[in-house]
Design a protein around this ligand. Structure first.
Ligand code: SAM
Length: 253
């Protein structure tokens, strides 16, 4: 089999992938559930950690909260400000939030904890900024447990697992409950909501998987290209199917 070069990943794939994720039919219901679990109090401070392009910060503001988004990525913060003029966002790390002790009534982090080298340090910081009785909501996918339909299931399994291995904390979502308990939160509960993706707009996510698996040495460039080609055909014929179990954990400070 001739080796060819797999395409380099597009550095701007993340906002497109996030937009695709938010376009899933059940994503709106998932966000509504996550906001309900925050038990918002009008005018009270809610922090969205790893706010990305700012959608939740804008939503929480519309729901009456004093919403603040923080993110480490300048490009994400610029996109958030451009998409939602007037929202409050700033640069900060999940382990050093720009809030005083007990200043927040709500804390959320959506698809963020898998990127953190020290999730416990971030939860300790969450506990510091939350007032007693304040609510925390964590949302995210388990990267080992992503269902992707393909004519090549064994190759797909290798791709999914290899992609997961490139993530700092690929199984952080299944650990949310224990992490919250270990950090001293109360009323800890866990739900799983499966998001289904069938739209062609999900292809950046799939291409990212194949490219990452190739770069990790788990599959050849030819396998990456063939797999992406199959997914491209599925996309143009309406036959894409991705199912992502989203873990939704909530607790009280
Ligand atoms: C997958 S995106 C999710 C964005 C957004 N929460 C959403 O659901 O659309 C993860 C975000 O977390 C941010 N992030 C990663 N590590 C962070 C850290 N240590 N502190 C703050 N933000 C972080 C990234 O820059 C990125 O914008």
């Amino acid at each position: 089999m001739t080796e060819t070069r797999a395409p380099k990943p597009d550095l701007e794939w993340l906002p497109a992938a996030l937009d695709a994720a938010e376009a899933a039919p059940d994503a709106v219901a998932l966000r509504a559930r996550d906001h309900a679990l925050l038990r918002l109090v009008a005018g009270a401070t809610v922090i969205d950690v790893g706010c990305g392009t700012g959608r939740a910060v804008a939503d929480l503001g519309r729901l009456g909260a004093r919403a603040l988004g923080v993110d480490l990525d300048a490009g994400m913060l610029a996109a958030a400000r451009a998409r939602h003029p007037g929202i409050a966002v700033c640069s900060a790390d999940a382990t050093a939030l720009p809030l005083a002790d007990g200043e927040a009534r709500g804390y959320r982090a959506d698809k963020v904890f898998h990127t953190l080298p020290e999730p416990l340090a971030a939860l300790t910081e969450a506990r510091r900024v939350l007032a007693p009785g304040g609510r925390i909501v964590l949302v995210g996918q388990d990267w080992d447990t992503m269902v992707i339909d393909s004519d090549r299931p064994a190759l797909t399994r290798r791709i999914v697992h290899a992609r997961a291995d490139t993530i700092p904390q690929p199984r952080s979502a299944r650990a949310y409950r224990n992490l919250l308990l270990d950090t001293g939160f109360h009323e800890v509960s866990l739900e799983v909501h499966t998001l289904i993706f069938t739209e062609a707009t999900t292809r950046p996510l799939l291409d990212g998987h194949a490219t990452a698996a190739h770069e990790a040495g788990a599959i050849t460039a030819t396998e990456a290209e063939e797999w992406m080609r199959e997914q491209a055909i599925r996309a143009t014929t309406g036959r894409l199917l991705i199912a992502v179990p989203m873990f939704l954990a909530s607790a009280t400070r």
